[in-house]
Ligand binder design. Structure first.
Ligand code: NAP
Length: 536
């Protein structure tokens, strides 16, 4: 007698989750026992059968495989996946590895069966929808509407929408909200869309571990969160399904907070590069016919990089000064800053890191300068020329001192910038308290700005007063570069003046010029630091 294959998925459903009632469950249970006894008997007759693996291989031309009941834990839900694409395959492997029973629903199960792990069952979409308790919809959102026939089978179940859109959706509705409209009797959970198929395949040890979830059904959301944890990921509750638009947009953003800082860095680089090239390369060529185009790849870049770095560092501290000035001017901290200032204040870290990148490149370029053949030849020819002119001593005390101080201050500035960059990393910033963070980012940051400014002043030295430096009537680059940092440093000094500092401190603790409330700094006799004098 040919043995009928046992489908533990359907068995467990009939037994534990079936809708047929106690009677139906009893009769189907008896059938199962009967079949099981027959199978045991057959195995006794055919000992070879004992060597077969518990989990069946793919049958010849079979379109679907069935899970063995042995692995099932009655508390473990059967997880369904609709779609057999890249995401579905990776998700199925991860779920199987986490001990779940998986049933994959395909329009063409026969074609897709070979792509899935042995332990997963590949069936029709209807079979998968009816067998599973929780269903992942791994189908592009354009095709969600083709699944409406599954509505009765999916009623009362949890649907996980993993879809992403092609473009950032600003207005909504989100894919998940549209799916919820298509399946009003199911509970839709948005999630897993921020994980790539690759991350799912290699597991949570590599790549992002966070999974953002949202749903209008707390029960559905918590069951998906539990599944998430069992797979080794960290669920992050984002609230109701209305948050799904934000979750769907996450993978589509292209460095949103970096756009302006990068644009600023690139624009400054282009400006200073062209400015330096005009002064140092074009001017000698057009006036005396001297070709120094070889300077363009290294020397010109190396003069441009510190210029960009210093201006960018000044741009980190300038918005803070603007905010303080606005507060002093309006006499309150409760007026909203203009949008541009708000955005600038929140991008200071990115400005700082762009500055750090330029400083690192400047340090590397500077270390490589003496390695160049042009530098060695220039040195030799200068020495040769000096000898021909009968000068033996090349030592100029002032030049030596200038250079020593210039390099030393530059190294200090670079060290402080490195400290600022390291403490801006979230993992490091989380280990220090707010006061420590502001001490490093503000006090040491201003020290870095001061050192970098001094580095530039020492570079320029007395060349600002040399008329030969004003080629094409253009001032030397270091003079242009110094304007903004000097403004910021002087502004900071102005804020240190006791009358200004005290007023700013009062404003930041809630004092307002236009209100009839006298502000007193808190002390033991005064509970809130505020004294109502509105009757005065
Ligand atoms: P895919 O490889 O193209 O697979 C999509 C699957 O959808 C097909 O294999 C197909 O399986 C099924 N499907 C069902 N109805 C369909 C229809 N009417 N027309 C076309 N296909 C239909 O796509 P994927 O990369 O796995 O992505 C699936 C979903 O996961 C998408 O919503 C995507 O945004 C999301 N996602 C993917 C990734 C990723 O890294 N790939 C990451 C995050 C999110 P059958 O032919 O077997 O039915």
């Amino acid at each position: 007698m040919a043995l009928k294959p046992i489908s533990p998925l359907s068995a467990s459903h009939t037994l534990g989750r079936g809708q047929g009632g106690a009677l139906a469950r009893t009769s189907s249970y008896q059938e199962e026992i009967h079949e099981f006894t027959e199978e045991r008997a057959a195995r006794c007759i055919m000992p070879d059968e004992m060597s077969r693996p518990l989990i069946q291989g793919r049958g010849e031309g079979g379109s679907s495989r069935h899970l063995e009941a042995t692995m099932s834990d009655p508390a473990t839900p059967v997880v369904g996946i609709l779609g057999t694409g890249d995401f579905s395959r990776s998700l199925a492997s991860r779920l199987v590895a986490s001990g779940y029973q998986v049933v994959v629903g395909s329009r063409t199960p026969k074609r897709s069966v070979a792509l899935f792990p042995e332990e997963a069952e590949v069936a029709s979409q209807m079979e998968a929808a009816s067998q599973a308790d929780l269903v992942f919809v791994a189908v592009f959102p354009e095709h969600h509407s083709t699944l409406v026939d599954l509505r009765p089978a999916l009623a009362g179940k949890t649907l996980v929408d993993v879809s992403n859109s092609l473009h950032i959706n600003q207005k909504g509705p989100s894919n998940a909200e549209q799916l919820a409209n298509l399946f009003p009797e199911s509970s839709v959970v948005k999630g897993f869309n921020t994980l790539s198929a690759w991350t799912l395949q290699v597991g949570p040890r590599d790549g992002s571990r966070q999974v953002f979830l949202c749903s209008d059904s707390p029960t559905a959301k918590s069951s998906v969160a539990q599944l998430c944890r069992r797979m080794g990921f960290i669920p992050v509750d984002m609230g109701l399904l209305s948050a799904s638009l934000e979750i769907e947009n996450i993978p589509l953003y292209l460095f949103p907070s970096w756009r302006i800082p990068i644009l600023c860095t690139v624009s400054l680089f282009i400006f200073f590069y062209l400015y330096n090239a005009t002064r140092d390369v074009l001017q000698p060529y057009t006036t005396v016919g001297k070709s120094v185009f070889y300077k363009l790849p290294i020397e010109t870049v190396n003069v441009t990089l510190p210029s960009v770095a210093l201006v960018m560092l000044a741009l980190v501290y300038l918005p803070g000064l603007c905010a303080a000035s606005l507060q002093l001017w309006s006499g309150t901290k409760y007026n909203r800053f203009p949008n541009w200032l708000d955005r600038w204040l929140t991008r200071r870290k990115q400005f700082g890191l762009c500055c750090f990148l330029c400083a690192v490149l400047h340090a590397i370029y500077s270390l490589c300068l003496p390695m160049r053949k042009s530098a060695r030849l220039k040195l030799l020819s200068t020495a040769f020329k000096q000898m021909k002119e009968g000068k033996e001593e090349l030592w100029v005390d002032e030049e030596v001192w200038r250079m020593e101080l210039y390099v030393s201050v530059g190294i200090m500035a670079f060290g402080l910038l490195s400290l600022l960059a390291v403490t801006s990393l979230p993992s490091v910033a989380n280990t220090i308290n707010w006061r420590e963070f502001t001490f490093i980012q503000s006090t040491l940051g201003y020290c870095a700005l001061f050192m970098a400014t001094l580095h530039t002043v020492l570079f320029g030295w007395n060349r600002a007063f040399d008329p030969g430096q004003y080629r094409y009537y253009l001032p030397p680059t270091f003079l242009l570069v110094l304007i903004l940092p000097l403004v910021v440093l002087l502004g900071r000094i102005a804020l240190f003046l006791p009358c200004v500092a005290l007023r700013l401190k009062q404003i930041r603790r809630g004092w307002e010029r236009s209100r009839h409330i006298r502000f007193i700094l808190p002390d033991n006799d005064n509970r809130n630091g505020l004294e109502d004098v509105s009757n005065v």
